[in-house]
Design a protein around this ligand. Structure first.
Ligand code: HEC
Length: 209
């Protein structure tokens, strides 16, 4: 697709969206995304690019679902939450610290696809300030510096933090935060390490390093 056609596609997309023809805009978006990721394998397409029901509802309502749809998303996402089989919600904060800073893994497309086996990280710093010593952090999400110092690490707080990382939309429909456990991106052990990174009093998130 030429740049000009792509641009006119986007203009048409905006017009369609504003005239609330969500279905037509949806298929036009899909055509443009398919063109952009033409080298994606069927599995990559299914994992990364096809929307599940919750995502489709969020797109349909531009991430601002009316209360009844928000409740429906919340219910379906809460039903997906799984706690780790060994019951350990808090792991090794140093492993969690490392994982939070890894931004590689799973890149697809023509420009810089990740080779198979490249470490898959949480990439949490893309959106959150965490340990204050890390110089580059995004602000799409709230700052998490001092998270455990401020909230304590009671069993309830461990459970909330674990579930939140497992599936952010079990608490906040249409959150921009990826659903790390739900999508199988991070393992239960890795999520527990991130819980420790956020809650352990010794961790750099809480000890101010
Ligand atoms: C693409 C952006 C993005 C990424 C990446 C991301 N988050 Fe978030 N996160 C958010 C947003 C936005 C919120 C606030 C909305 C919500 O609660 O879902 C949030 C909320 C949270 C909360 C709840 C905070 C509270 O006050 O209760 C926790 C905990 C959290 N994120 C942890 C993490 C961890 C750990 C990672 C990495 C594994 C991560 N996030 C990666 C965007 C992101």
């Amino acid at each position: 697709m030429s740049v000009r056609r792509r641009l006119s596609g986007l203009v048409a997309l905006t017009m369609l969206a504003s005239s609330s023809m969500a279905g037509a805009a949806g298929s036009l978006t899909e055509a443009i995304v398919r063109e952009a990721f033409a080298t994606a394998t069927p599995e990559e397409w299914r994992d990364r690019l096809a929307q599940d029901d919750a995502q489709a509802l969020c797109s349909q309502h531009r991430n601002q679902p009316p209360p009844e749809v928000a409740a429906q998303i919340l219910e379906s996402q809460r039903a997906t939450v799984r706690l780790p089989e060994d019951g350990r919600l808090m792991g090794d904060w140093r492993a969690g610290e490392k994982l939070a800073g890894i931004g590689t893994g799973g890149h697809i497309g023509r420009i810089q696809p990740d080779p198979p086996g490249r470490a898959k990280g949480g990439n949490c710093y893309a959106c959150h300030v965490m340990a204050p010593g890390e110089v580059a952090a995004g602000n799409i999400g709230p700052t998490l510096t001092g998270y455990g110092r401020l909230r304590g690490n009671t069993p309830e707080m461990q459970r909330y933090t674990y579930e939140k990382i497992h599936n952010a939309q079990a608490f906040f429909p249409c959150s921009h935060m990826p659903r790390f456990g739900h999508n199988g991106w991070l393992s239960p052990k890795e999520i527990a390490d991130l819980v420790a990174f956020l809650l352990d009093p010794e961790s750099s998130v809480n000890a101010g390093r």
